[in-house]
Design a protein around this ligand. Structure first.
Ligand code: CIR
Length: 253
């Protein structure tokens, strides 16, 4: 899938008050801003036109824009965050996406966060997690089925989002943690399995002809190099402290 655009949102001054289960110390605003700017540069270097939205200080997690929508070539599905403090972020994104796509919406009692949704071609993996419930996943399945997608629901209990554990390298290969590597739904894919102590690095981001990965995970980097994948490493230390990674900082389409 080739992307031509991305939407990002500047981290707010309040960003360190966002939700996190990581115990990695306090997150630093200046460093987060610098890392976010480097991320935007990487998206532009990959050929994307990047629309940068203003910070939304009332929502400290709002720069994790991936969670509030699912965008495909056919439409944009406005999500319904499972995390109560994040509910409302999706309303900020609605008018932005309405300029690019027809909209559909996840409705109550469904909850869904985009971090749980991994489309690969016309297949779409949906994590059922503490953030995305089965009702939300089934709603998305129905919406996408009308556009020819075949969805697979994957229950994920041990981590925040599906894409904390599983991401595409190409249409045929994925990076995956040991926890999901044996899942039957992934049987057709070539798998690059991250070591348990490098699990954070499973959140790689494929952007056209390149793969972004977090800096500091040499064994995954070497495996990707050995597989002939060109990677660009980015320092993600501050987003990581807030349980975020490469995929969650943008919507690509
Ligand atoms: C949250 O807990 O919702 C944010 N602090 C992190 C969201 C990360 N999103 C993602 O991986 N898609």
């Amino acid at each position: 899938m080739r992307f031509s655009r991305a939407i990002v949102r500047l981290p707010a001054e309040s960003f360190a008050q966002g939700l996190t289960r990581a115990a990695l110390g306090p997150a630093d605003l200046a460093r987060m801003r610098a890392q976010h700017a480097a991320y935007v540069d990487a998206l532009r270097a990959a050929g994307l036109e990047v629309q940068q939205l203003d910070a939304a200080p009332q929502y400290p997690d709002a720069h994790f824009v991936e969670d509030v929508a699912v965008v495909t070539p056919e439409l944009a599905v406005i999500a319904r965050p499972g995390a109560a403090p994040r509910r409302g972020e999706e309303l900020l994104m609605e008018p932005v996406l309405a300029a690019h796509r027809l909209l559909a919406r996840i409705q109550e009692p469904g909850t869904l966060e985009g971090g749980d949704v991994l489309p690969i071609g016309k297949r779409c993996f949906i994590g059922v997690t503490a953030r995305t419930n089965e009702a939300g996943a089934r709603q998305l399945e129905t919406i996408l089925a009308a556009h020819g997608y075949r969805c697979v629901l994957i229950p994920v209990a041990h981590t925040l989002h599906l894409k904390s554990d599983l991401n595409a390298v190409s249409d045929e290969s994925v990076v995956v943690t040991p926890a999901l590597a044996g899942h039957a739904a992934l049987a057709d894919y070539e798998k690059i399995v991250v070591q348990p102590d490098e699990a954070y690095a499973a959140n790689v981001l494929r952007v056209n002809d390149r793969l972004l990965m977090p800096h500091g995970f040499p064994r995954l980097r070497d495996k990707l190099h050995a597989a002939g994948v060109a990677v660009l490493e980015l320092d993600m230390s501050e987003a990581r402290k807030m349980d975020g990674g490469l995929t969650c900082l943008s919507l690509r389409f």
